[in-house]
Design a protein around this ligand. Sequence first.
Ligand code: FES
Ligand SMILES: [Fe+2]
Length: 405
Amino acid sequence: MSLLDNQLGIGSGPISVEPLISPEFFELEREHLFKRVWLKVGRIEEISKPGDYKVKRIDVARTSVIIVRGKDGDIRAFHNICPHRGNKVIPETGNETFGHARANVMTCRFHGWVFATDGALRSVPLEEKFTGFDRACHGLRPIHCAVWEGFIFVCLAAEPETDLVTFLGGMVDHFGGYPYGESTCTFRYSTVLKCNWKVALYAFTEGYHVPTIHGATLPGLASLEHTEFKLFGPHSTSTLYVPPVEGASPTPATGALGAVLHSSPRHAPRLDELPRGINPTRRIDFQFEFPTIFPNFLLHLGAGNGYPGMTYFTHEFWPISVGETYWEGTNYFRPPETLAERVAIAHTNALHRNAWLEDTGTMEDTYEALTSGVLSEMPLMDGELMIRNSDWHIRRYAASGEKGN
Ligand code: FES
Ligand SMILES: [Fe+2]
């Protein structure tokens, strides 16, 4: 029986190709989706000390955002634009820029206005030459910012339609309570893909491609069971289990290095740490939880059980234009304490990086072919349910501006 026989209310037919290639649809997404919803922009460990900041470009909203930890320890977000004549207060060195505000101030290099890490304008060279000037009116422009389980989100709307927890809905309980903050050993990959952001997102939100795309490099995944789908408004989640495949043994290096991590108290699988709703029967062939946090964030929670030692990994998909996407993937581990653990973690990370190279290898071809206009719609199977849910809610936002949950 098809999952869609359950009448999930998100359609059951083929989905339209138009949202993946239309410049007009992209403009609707820009105004009615990305400028309205909560967007994940970082982790608290990235800005752990007062004065630490991260600047994140959000091209789709034509802005860049300073996320900074203040002297008081609070995390705030501001548009990276100087209220004098609009220069970027923090010059960017890439899609993301990290730095530290010495003495808890940030200085615009154009004319030297100085801002505190709470956004207040502290000093202005030749201030007496401005007529009727009130410093209190010229602080950095704030952006709504909230933290859930150490993940930092911003909402670019003047007034968010809901708070972050309400926006995340059922995902809060489903993913809450895991010790994400202990995994401070990270490996980050990013690239600009010549494809629509949803082409990239959708390729990472189904398991249907695994036996084909990853058949040669990850033959042990051939028995993949993609199941336990749940929809929480625009968000969705599912679980991947991998029953053992007879005769499919890991390479000697993968077997030996995996054993190093599986026997380490710091890196061994910890199914007991999973939130109760994830893998509730604690199956030992659990690979990882596999969600879409609407609209562009994936949080894959494995508790070290799928990829050895890897507690979780994330994806972000940031639109640049209708046919360009900044993709970022990050693998999270607890820190290694021995050389053997360090080598084993590097090996797990390399295995996963190779899989990502295979994944990203399809996306530009897919997008280029779709722009031909030959296809107007795509059929989806049950395992592509999360694509259907995203498509349904993205179209709702783009068309009507209604709330998605
Ligand atoms: S634009 Fe920043 S001080 Fe003038
Ligand atoms: Fe994949």
